[in-house]
Ligand binder design. Sequence first.
Ligand code: GLN
Length: 276
Amino acid sequence: MRHSLELARKGFSDFLPDGEAEREARLLMCHALKISSAQLYARLDETWPTGPPFQLFVEACEARKSRQPLSQIIGEVEFYGRRFFVNSDVLTPRPDTETLVDQALSGGFERVLDLGTGSGCVLATLLAERPGSNGVGTDLSQPALEVAARNVARQGVQDRAVLVHSDWFEAVQGQFDLILSNPPYIAAAEMRGLAPEVRDWEPHVALTPGGDGLTAYRIITAAGPMHLRAGGRLMVEIGLDQGAAVAELFRAAGFGDVRITQDLSGHDRVVGGITP
Ligand code: GLN
């Protein structure tokens, strides 16, 4: 199987740095064989077992060469220490978004609203981290809500989560201690410059609201206060150059203590504020 691994690595090195090409080839081989990385290490000099694994590996490598993201081929990804189901109906959970989760967990909440929940990774993580909490996740995409439902169940928080088909706040009732969102925020003009894995394989509706990329923030900051209890918090993930513009939208909507937080790469990543 070592030879197959080498062929895959070579194929991927046209578009991935060397170390990354090797890592992804190994992960796809583990996926095809349904074994762990440690098990692969021990078996690499064996010949392929009979049955579907070889065909599965070939197909997975072809998919990756067509630039389908690894997460979608494997069907899952790790986020905040837990594994989540992923397909092309949802944005793949990214390390950037762990900053949003960290910020949410830096304060208290019992009832949380996640707007545009996608895979459900933010909502499910927060409910899993806070056993006494409950929450609502919304999405405009019905297929995304199906993925979110599987993930909420996978993390064992299905009894504390309600998933609602909604255009932002449209079908949302009641008030919350915490509202958060990782909305589509890429400006229309920036879509062409994205990596093919993102641009061609992740849902367009989850990436960009069109125009200047700020549409979702305008809606969420304007309607947020009506759905927050006194002292409630609103926080959103942002693109690295959107901090000033989004902070201004928070202030214009009356939010206090407006703060911009950086991600692990040092980029502005989250804007948060407290209800007026
Ligand atoms: N962070 C994502 C990217 O740059 C975009 C996610 C989003 O628009 N919410 O690919």
